[in-house]
Ligand binder design. Structure first.
Ligand code: SAH
Length: 387
């Protein structure tokens, strides 16, 4: 089963239709249902939007599809290349706004940062490739106003549509087409709070993991949230806990967490932790806890121990992220000694933890650095047109 157990909100763009919805539409035109999968594959698997190029469809159907205005949802794109292989994509939306997505080669990760053994469990052996993690955005701007993050500075502008979310992964694939690199993991860790845009994100998830589309593995798609409790429950229900969940925690102390993450006033830690206990996590899988280390604020050994206590009984792995610099923001990362001591303290409590070394920060592509695109200083490299 690839569809969530509850009904999705209706599609608003041809790219958002599932094969089943395409079959309905085409059925109403008098076409056999299997044509739905064919059209879906052209769009999602091959990235072909021009009906004239859909060669296995009858000519009459191709002509009718011309009327559906099948167009890629993201219009222009540029690539900023980092010295470490990370690439930041600037993507133009139909309304002239711009969003960012990041391609992060997994081989540039430090030891221990990549897969944990259970991440690959049960997956068929595939030809060795250079795997890439793509970080995508779910909104233009963000309403959460976390004090350490660049994405919220300009506030919330609008939600992205499911087509705009899936479109980012399609552009990612096109960008890598001429290389041996392939997008294998997708993380909703770009701009925006994905669970604040639940309907579009749920539809995008359904499309991204569809075997006739981009065919990502559910466990390789991570939804990262600042902690919207009702939507965490909904995600768990709709996708049976299969989608990887990441929680931005950043402090085990309620009053401190509220200081840096206003959402904590609405859903305090006790409620958030309860929702993690309820999450229908499959066996041998773990919830990811993101913990941005801010110098002098949340980085002591006592904080690490309190975090371990808070997570007791919940299968988690902690990603420790030394705070990336944000312009005009005085907060910063602690020294590496402090980072190591924090990680050691977590491990001593039996909590798996990985330190995320900064990637792509020379192009402002690291966690929390994606912002509403203003003038960019780096050279812009135009992308090749779709494959
Ligand atoms: N809204 C989602 C996705 C946000 S970004 C969420 O809150 O989870 C992904 C991660 O980057 C989050 O854990 C976020 O807290 C973290 N982050 C934000 N700003 C950062 C910064 N300046 N340095 C390091 N991590 C940061």
């Amino acid at each position: 089963m690839t569809s969530p157990s509850t009904t999705l909100a209706p599609p608003n763009h041809a790219l958002e239709r599932t094969p089943e919805e395409w079959a309905e539409t085409l059925g109403s035109w008098g076409e056999p249902r299997y044509r739905g999968i064919q059209v879906f594959r052209w769009l999602h698997q091959r990235g072909v939007f021009d009906p004239a190029a859909m060669t296995d469809l009858p000519r009459t159907l191709r002509a009718r599809l011309e009327g559906e205005a099948l167009a890629p949802p993201l219009e222009t794109s540029y690539v900023h290349q980092s010295e470490d292989g990370t690439r930041k994509l600037l993507l133009g939306l139909g309304d002239q706004r711009t969003i960012e997505a990041v391609l992060i080669p997994m081989k540039s990760m430090a030891p221990g940062e990549g897969d944990t053994p259970e991440d690959s469990e049960g997956e068929a052996d595939e030809a060795p490739r250079a795997w890439v993690t793509q970080c995508i955005s779910s909104q233009v701007g963000c309403a959460m106003a976390c004090v350490f993050c660049a994405s919220g500075i300009a506030g919330f502008k609008r939600h992205l549509s499911a087509a705009e979310i899936v479109g980012q992964v399609m552009v990612g694939r096109t960008t890598l087409a001429a290389t041996d690199e392939r997008v294998r993991n997708v993380v909703f860790m770009g701009m925006g709070e994905p669970l604040h845009n639940y309907d579009a994100v749920a539809r995008a998830l359904t499309l991204l993991v569809h075997p006739d589309g981009l065919g990502l593995s559910k466990r390789r798609v991570t939804v990262s949230t600042s902690g919207l409790v009702p939507e965490i429950d909904r995600l768990g229900r709709d996708f049976g806990g299969q989608v990887q969940l990441a929680i931005s925690l950043h402090s085990p102390d309620d009053s401190k967490r509220s200081e840096i993450m206003p959402i904590n006033r609405k859903y305090p830690l006790a409620e958030l932790v309860e929702s993690l206990r309820r999450y229908p996590l499959p066996k041998r899988r773990r919830i990811t806890i993101e913990y941005t280390l801010i110098d002098g604020f949340n980085a002591t050994v006592a904080d690490a121990r309190a975090l371990a206590r808070l997570m007791r009984g919940i299968p988690v792995k902690v990603n420790v992220i030394p705070m990336n610099p944000v312009a005009d923001n005085p907060l910063g990362a602690p020294s590496w000694e402090v980072v190591d001591a924090f990680q050691d303290a977590l491990r001593a409590q039996g909590v798996a933890s990985f330190v995320r070394r900064r990637k792509g920060d020379d192009i402002a592509a690291a966690c929390g650095q994606l912002a509403l695109a203003g003038e960019k200083k780096k050279v812009r490299v135009p992308l090749p047109v779709t494959s």
